[in-house]
Design a protein around this ligand. Structure first.
Ligand code: PLP
Length: 379
């Protein structure tokens, strides 16, 4: 059966260049970057190259600002919990939003348990988080703000640049963190204009392998050491580096960086094609905004539970996600934060693109969706 993979916000297929680099690092170039001999130095070159490529995408001049981690979850844990350890001694307030990924949300739940005051900014009645709402949540007692750039369930793009510039003007000492996972290599990100001190990104969302991510740390921002040991990653994250994964990440970044704009335009056309194909049905509701990231489209299939539709589509070779980011049966609640009724969130599915998707994938999805709707409602 032909596969129509439309779940790229969950994970992507590693690109050929990344796979080739990984194989090389597992077979011939398998040295330890800490070793002093030639094989170690060669391994270090792969690390340097990956760091340089990521720094370039983020518009960051200092390659040492990039630390490798096991993924964005670790990057955000280090950022949020680590900042609280260092900056949370005198100040006690932190600010986030109600639409964050679990990797950020759970860190703030932990800070709440530790006694910090956690302010969560939620979307207004139009489903928007305004930059003023974020800025206004910050005060003299605040030491950390963490808001995502692109929401993983709906593609909603938050006004982070305006918010963080506003915060830095009024409260220059507040540390700003941004989960850029769904924006990295998809929308332009520049550390100088974004004014984020800490940025989390992930490899497997951008055609690199799973188990690798990075954390950007601006000059002067202090983070606590996450592991103690051999002092790798400037002493912040001890442990032998996952060279194949990091090198593969570097290769994927090199491949995709030059085409951010072209891919955005191509995927925007796919999004429009999808909307034109299905919005004629009265039982369909498009939950993502027009100006959301074109890579993610959240749809409610009214009357059909997300998981039932997901499994029906799977039988037809079409892979999507449940729209409400169910993790082991637990709903994130993010869609209700955007104002969706229970009926809409229970029937939400998420279609997410990458540049290798075609209109044929969308045709297959739309055909299977209509078939599924008719069949499931009749049964
Ligand atoms: N943040 C967002 C917005 C995500 O979509 C994801 C993955 O789904 C993560 C963080 C976690 O990334 P990782 O799998 O690299 O830990």
């Amino acid at each position: 059966m032909e596969v129509h993979y439309l779940d790229n916000a969950s994970t992507t297929k590693p690109c050929a260049e990344a796979v080739e680099t990984i194989i090389r690092c597992l077979t011939t170039d398998y040295g330890n970057p800490s070793s002093l001999h030639k094989m170690g130095l060669n391994a270090q070159l792969y690390m340097d190259n990956a760091r340089k490529n990521i720094a370039k995408v983020l518009g960051c001049n200092n390659v040492d600002s990039i630390l490798f981690t096991s993924g964005a979850t670790e990057s955000s844990n280090i950022s949020i919990l680590g900042t609280a350890k260092i900056y949370g001694k005198r100040k006690k307030k932190v600010v986030t939003t109600t639409i964050e990924h679990a990797s950020v949300k759970e860190c703030f739940n932990e800070l709440e348990r530790q006694g910090f005051e956690v302010v969560k900014v939620s979307p207004n009645k139009d489903g928007e988080i305004t930059y003023q709402d974020i800025v206004n949540a910050v005060d003299d007692n605040t030491f950390l703000v963490s808001c995502m750039l692109v929401n993983n369930e709906t593609g909603y793009i938050l006004p982070i640049e305006k918010a963080y510039n506003g915060i830095k003007k009024k409260y220059p000492d507040v540390i700003t963190h941004c989960d850029c996972v769904q924006g990295f290599l998809k929308v332009p990100i520049n550390v100088r204009t974004l004014k984020a001190d800490l940025i989390s990104i992930s490899g497997h969302k951008v055609h690199a392998p799973k188990g690798v991510g990075a954390l950007y740390v601006s000059k002067g921002t202090r983070i606590s050491k996450s592991n103690l040991g051999g002092k790798q990653e400037r002493g912040f994250r001890s442990g032998t580096e996952a060279l194949p994964n990091i090198a593969g990440f570097g290769s994927a970044v090199e491949v995709y960086y030059p085409t951010i704009k072209e891919r955005f335009e191509y995927v925007s056309k796919l999004k429009q094609y999808l909307i034109d194909s299905i919005s004629k049905y009265s039982w369909i509701c498009i939950n993502s905004k027009e100006d959301a990231s074109p890579y993610i489209v959240n749809i409610s299939v009214l009357g059909v539970r997300s998981e039932i539709m997901l499994h029906f589509l799977e039988e037809k070779g079409v892979y999507i996600s449940s729209g409400s980011a169910c993790s082991k049966g637990e709903k994130s609640g993010v869609l209700s934060q955007f104002g969706l009724s229970e009926r809409h969130s229970d029937s939400a599915i998420r279609v997410s693109f990458c540049e290798t998707n075609t209109t044929q994938d969308i045709d297959a999805f739309a055909t299977a969706l209509v078939e599924g709707f008719n069949k499931i409602l009749k049964s």
